[in-house]
Design a protein around this ligand. Structure first.
Ligand code: SF4
Length: 80
């Protein structure tokens, strides 16, 4: 259950939405736009660099205990 202690402890979850946004947490804010890089095979290196840079901002947990669900009011919003 997401409220259990250590639920996020070994998180390696990422999600790319149907509109090409990389979400670092299912309950995170915003998202990193990958769409134009995903659409062009010549941009593979730039895609990898953008994902690697985004990962440096991945939080270690969600903020549900503070009532913050990020943009995810409903997991169906990002296809989950
Ligand atoms: S709530 Fe966010 S940080 Fe926690 S396990 Fe899920 S995706 Fe990972």
């Amino acid at each position: 259950m997401p409220y259990e202690k250590d639920f996020c402890a070994s998180c390696n979850r990422l999600r790319v939405s149907s509109v090409g946004k990389l979400h670092l947490c299912l309950f995170g804010d915003g998202g990193v736009d990958l769409r134009e890089l995903l659409a062009d095979d010549a941009q593979q290196q730039a895609l990898e660099e953008r994902i690697a840079e985004a990962l440096t901002h991945k939080k270690q947990t969600h903020f549900l205990h503070q009532g913050n669900t990020g943009i995810t009011q409903n997991l169906s919003y990002i296809g989950g």
